[in-house]
Design a protein around this ligand. Structure first.
Ligand SMILES: [Zn+2]
Ligand SMILES: [Zn+2]
Length: 196
């Protein structure tokens, strides 16, 4: 499940789309039992010259804070949605694992955040104020992208949001990128199992 928001620039009428709900589905293909989840934020991408969701690489403190608020929501589900102890345990275990693998990825990751559409690192995240207002500035134009409609989508292309350790979509890697990913995977595996 996800939603695609459609935007139009109030000055030059250029159209743009932004998909939300990607983070909960996306993850990094690491050797962890519970892989790190994807965190993303709206950005302007100079690679595909468009509004796009981009990776947001959280700091150690931000990861811990995200985990804390996730735990709180899960614990409240028993009272709000009548979840059983078993369901709560399952979800809690998942986010505990995501914190652990997320912290590991944070230590290993070297490349800057990427656009989730084209993989470019030439991006500029919008601020949380701009995101909460839902008004995104169109660079070099002076206008703002304003939302005018949205589509609910049942199936999102999950394959697009399975990422390498470097944040590239596993879906269409070149031979060189694939080779680099395998090497990183082995390095990650060694860190996971053989370093204390
Ligand atoms: Zn414009
Ligand atoms: Zn892009």
């Amino acid at each position: 499940m996800g939603t695609i928001f459609h935007y139009r620039c109030d000055r030059c009428s250029e159209l743009a789309k932004l998909q939300i709900g990607i983070g909960t589905h996306g993850c990094y293909m690491t050797p962890d039992a519970i892989p790190p989840r994807l965190h993303c934020q709206a950005a302007w991408c100079y690679g595909c010259e468009s509004l796009s969701q981009a990776e947001k690489l959280l700091s150690r403190d931000q990861l811990i804070e995200f985990h804390g608020s996730g735990s709180k929501i899960i614990q409240e589900m028993e009272f709000r949605n009548g979840w059983s102890k078993k369901q709560i345990g399952f979800h809690q275990q998942r986010i505990d694992g995501q914190l652990e693998s997320g912290l590991r990825l944070q230590r290993i990751r070297r490349t800057p955040p990427r656009c989730l559409r084209c993989g470019s690192t030439n991006i500029k995240h919008y601020s949380s104020e701009e995101i909460s207002e839902g008004k995104y500035r169109h660079p070099n134009c002076g206008g703002y992208f304003i939302k005018y409609e949205h589509d609910r989508i049942k199936h999102i292309m999950l394959a697009d949001y399975k990422l390498t350790i470097d944040g590239l979509s596993m879906h269409n890697l070149s031979t060189t990128e694939r080779f680099k990913y395998y090497l990183q995977y082995i390095w990650y595996f060694i860190q996971l199992h053989f370093s204390s």
